[in-house]
Design a protein around this ligand. Structure first.
Ligand code: BTN
Length: 304
């Protein structure tokens, strides 16, 4: 490597060390060299755009691929007040401060997942952001289905799951204007090919597309199909609201009829999951009574 790049072996070592900061798994053998534990496919704007249909090409505004950012959601959110964020797409190989729900970090080593955000301007504020984030889950599952991953499901409110393991997550951030319009940043993280070490370090069951499909899934193809499905969903949503997606959400519901714990900030409730109502609220049967739960500080753990 040193010879190839005309730099010293110490300089190579420093660069390898900086790769490790991006949570990449690098095998190093003293005196022999360094190797990534798995191959990576970098994001390529030309490949992503080449996969888009004409309608998506004409809708997408700005399109940015940033090697390293704090958070793709934050990158779009920071544009608010300076420019329109409508149909702005931001993707990144690595987020230093990827945001998850409930203030958690979203962990995704360099080029091992999809860190994706789309900005959208609604001329009239959606009746419910909960329902919009559920509709986003439907768009993600439709996208995965088009790529041959048919068994992915949804866990309320908006985890993408496979066999009780987390495959992806959605984080919506919004800002409403007094004029009745609003801007929303739709953030989506999908695990594509996580290094084994990272997979084991995440304190909840996690999986990725590689492990499900048994073969590499192109992140560029994934990004293109995701853009198309999100734009289609947003158009449907603007026309008909959540009713355009609710039946499909119920089909993708991976926990319907299961016994579960619902963890609220100050209590833990046990019951049977009955699905969602027309506004996307969770329905649970608790001690024989049907209760509804909105988004917020909810955490769901399935026991069996
Ligand atoms: C969750 O906790 O389930 C939601 C995770 C959302 C992660 C994505 S990755 C792209 C976008 N940018 C962020 O900082 N977060 C979201």
């Amino acid at each position: 490597m040193a010879r190839e790049m005309s730099i010293s072996r110490t300089a190579v070592w420093k660069r390898i060390k900086s790769l490790k900061e991006f949570e990449l798994d690098v095998y190093s053998v003293n005196g022999r060299g360094h190797r990534l534990s798995q191959s990576i496919e970098l994001l390529d704007p030309d490949k992503i755009k080449a996969g888009l249909n004409a309608s998506a090409i004409s809708t997408v505004g700005e399109f940015k691929i940033l090697p390293v950012v704090d958070s793709t959601n934050q990158t779009i959110y920071d544009l608010l007040g300076k420019q329109s964020i409508h149909a702005v797409v931001v993707l990144s190989e690595y987020q230093k401060q990827g945001k998850g729900r409930r203030g958690n970090n979203w962990v995704s080593p360099y080029a091992s997942g999809l860190c994706f955000s789309l900005g959208w301007h609604f001329h009239s504020t959606p009746a419910s952001y909960t329902a919009l984030s559920l509709a986003t889950g439907v768009a993600v599952c439709r996208c995965l289905g088009r790529l041959g991953i048919l068994e992915a499901g949804l866990k309320w409110p908006n985890d993408i799951v496979f066999n009780n393991k987390k495959l992806g997550g959605i984080l919506l951030e919004s800002r409403s204007e007094t004029a009745g319009c609003s801007d929303v940043v739709i953030g989506i993280g999908i695990n594509v090919n996580l290094p084994e070490k990272i997979l084991k370090s995440i304190p909840q069951p996690v999986t990725d597309l590689y492990r499900i499909a048994g073969e590499p899934i192109s992140r560029n193809a994934l990004a293109g199909v995701l853009i198309e499905e999100l734009l289609k969903m947003l158009e449907e949503y603007q026309e008909n609201g959540f009713s355009s997606c609710i039946d499909q959400w119920r089909e993708y519901d991976a926990y319907m009829g299961k016994q579960a714990d619902l963890i609220l900030p100050n209590e833990r409730l046990s019951g049977e999951i009955l699905g969602i109502d027309e506004n996307g609220l969770l329905l649970m049967s608790i001690k024989g009574e049907t209760k509804r739960f909105s988004s917020g500080e909810l955490s769901l753990r399935v026991q069996s």
